[in-house]
Design a protein around this ligand. Sequence first.
Ligand code: PMP
Length: 437
Amino acid sequence: MLDTVTTRSKEDLLRARDKHLGKNLSISYKDPLKIVRGKGQYLYDETGNAFLDCVNNVCHVGHCHPKVVTAGQAQMEILNTNTRYLHDNIINYAEWLTSTFPDPLNVCFFVNSGSEANDLALRLARTHTGQQDTIVIDHAYHGHTQSLIDISPYKHDARGGQGAPPTTHKVRMPDSYRGDYKTENAGALYARDIAGVIENLKGQGKGVAGFIGESALGCGGQIFLPEGYFETVYAHVRAAGGVCIADEVQVGFGRVGTHMWAFEMQGVVPDIVTLGKPMGNGHPLAAVITTPEIAASFANGMEYFNTFGGNPVSCAIGLAVLEVIQEEGLQKHALEVGSYFLEGLRQLQEKHALIGDVRGSGLFIGIELVKDRGTLEPATAEANQIIQEMRQRHILLSTDGPYENVIKIKPPLVFSKENAAQVISNLAKVLSDLMKM
Ligand code: PMP
């Protein structure tokens, strides 16, 4: 049997990767890592070094959580089939999952990735409304299929992209740090963009299928929506006959601490919600949650069958994840640790002019770096340098946002206050060293 832990050197793997994998795959860090094991909030390389994982929002309840592993193993030993047979797991899971949503969100479609979830959400919206046109937030990423590249400015407007198709309509990111509106009513002001798009479409005799937006913007740079944004956006979209889709692939399952679902921070109830990444703690499991009315429109005679979606093993794993979130009080834990973390980062901001903004809720945090707090000139190179230096200190971070100048923090929720303190003290040293250069 192949010894996957020790047999091949990093250099050998990089060479073979270059030959056998598509070249548009990136690799993290200038000094790439070979990670062979994970536990809780730690990743281990081939020599046994531990790295503190501040990046992986997929292994939500901790890498290789024993309860999740055992649930998957136990079900694999008994049966794995598909949703064309009755099985307790899928129904128990659908009941538990939908009980965490407000009414009338109580119908589930199980799929295998965030992209599949968003693709299906688009199909639901388009079938329900009979319209094609979709409104998206600038810089958003919703997935890797063609239908989603079409609604992901993060991809179609960036390197290699071919721009938006005529059915995609972009609105500005409701960014109250860097954007055009910074006042208390920024939410309502940004939402006017939607009204503008709808008016324009009406002028062309067209309606709108829907609006899709993350409940906190991940690839956009860890941006939390200004108060009232979704409320006003949803009102405009619904008045025009469209449906409102909340993408919770990055931010769902209690990560934001105050709520199980980040859309709840905005006081709205979407028509469709998409889930992914953390749902199976690393096992490919995702879902679309919608209303009975939209699900009924979709049941138009064409069967929806998904070979792997909702299989008994996936559902056993999904159930175990929900169980752990509840038993270990991880939503509350995320809020406590996140608040402590944010406070420490804000103290660091007072000492270092490079930190322009610290924002977040729970364990979904962004640190925006700027060269000048007046002009907000992005400190892109510095952000990259910091994550490389932190990696050498065995702390894993990443950058994102339109200028790649936002350090993202979204660790497994078992992350502790001690871990937060460790990140802050190391960041303080790295920032001080950077100032001396
Ligand atoms: N939506 C959002 C907000 C995402 O961040 C991602 C993945 N980065 C996706 C959808 C697509 O998910 P997947 O990679 O599982 O297809």
